[in-house]
Design a protein around this ligand. Structure first.
Ligand code: NAP
Length: 261
């Protein structure tokens, strides 16, 4: 147990909201945040059994809340409910996202548009809306001793350009920029923002690409392995902790050296 406050990842008493916390990177982030003493709100859309199992695993420091965060009304209801039940939001992790193939050389114009719309509705608009709603609640919590934090989960795709999922790459680039805008606009309200840009991580989302191209993907990674959910959750925990209180607007690559911004 680290008892030195200068090197502490302690989140005791902090209310941490994680969108898409039922599986993958979001679930591991919930485990890390709770282990550091945070009270974690695990949002999910469909995976009720996984979300409840995670709450059971973590214990008293976690609750699960169902909401499709791409639905602006459901998102507002969820944020209001969290503030009513827990009094505040200290950290929001915008993690929920969709990843689908949508190639430039497809034949179906309607499908192309639907892909971009689904991707932006969740990956961009839900994140911007959640940030706006969380910040509204953070501003009202006048007794806050530490900064409110918005942490966005982007991707290496934000920087690289993508050949088969341009909508996904563009949505993640938008998150990098949203992070910088919040950083510049909201520090005056004691609210700061940061972002992570993972490369390939072993989750359900990455499974189709890893099944199709694992050897080629491994060749691109100097560390020679695909990332784990803990590789990402550890950095998000650091960003949420007092150790990172002077980071504002940054995006941290977590990709084993496979791409540099
Ligand atoms: P994942 O395993 O597919 O998990 C996605 C999570 O998002 C699930 O908990 C899912 O819950 C939730 N979710 C999906 N739609 C939702 C909605 N409309 N409302 C609320 N929750 C919703 O994905 P992951 O790999 O952990 O990805 C997490 C984040 O990391 C994403 O932002 C992703 O873009 C990013 N990322 C991942 C990788 C990678 O290689 N895995 C690489 C770079 C970036 P339900 O099942 O309940 O719907």
């Amino acid at each position: 147990m680290n008892t030195n406050p200068k090197t502490s990842l302690d989140l005791t008493g902090k209310v941490v909201v994680i969108t898409g916390g039922s599986r993958g990177i979001g679930a591991e982030t919930a485990r890390s945040m709770a282990a550091a003493g945070g009270h974690v709100i695990i949002n999910y859309r469909r995976s009720e059994a996984e979300a409840n199992a995670l709450v059971g695993e973590i214990g008293g420091n976690a609750v699960a809340i169902q909401a499709d965060v791409a639905d602006p009304a459901a998102l507002e209801t969820m944020i209001d409910d969290i503030v009513a039940r827990f009094g505040a939001i200290d950290v929001l992790v915008n993690n929920a996202a969709v990843f689908e193939y949508n190639p430039f050389d497809g034949d179906d114009y309607a499908a192309w548009q639907q892909g971009w719309r689904r991707t932006f509705d969740l990956n961009v608009f839900a994140a911007a809306n959640a940030a706006w709603l969380a910040m509204r609640a953070m501003r009202k919590a006048t007794s806050r001793s530490s900064a409110g934090k918005i942490i966005n989960v982007a991707s290496r795709a934000a920087f690289r350009g993508e050949t088969e999922f341009a909508d996904y790459g563009a949505s993640k680039a938008a998150l990098v920029n949203l992070t910088r805008s919040i950083a510049r606009a909201c520090a005056k309200d004691n609210i700061i923002a940061s972002c992570v840009a993972p490369g390939f991580i072993e989750t359900e989302m990455a499974k189709p690409e890893l099944e199709k191209n694992r050897e080629e993907i491994l060749r691109q990674i100097p560390l020679g392995r695909v990332g784990s959910t803990a590789d990402v959750a550890n950095v998000i925990l650091f960003l949420a902790s007092p150790m990172a209180d002077y980071l504002n607007g940054v995006t941290i690559d977590i990709n084993g050296g496979s791409w540099f911004q």
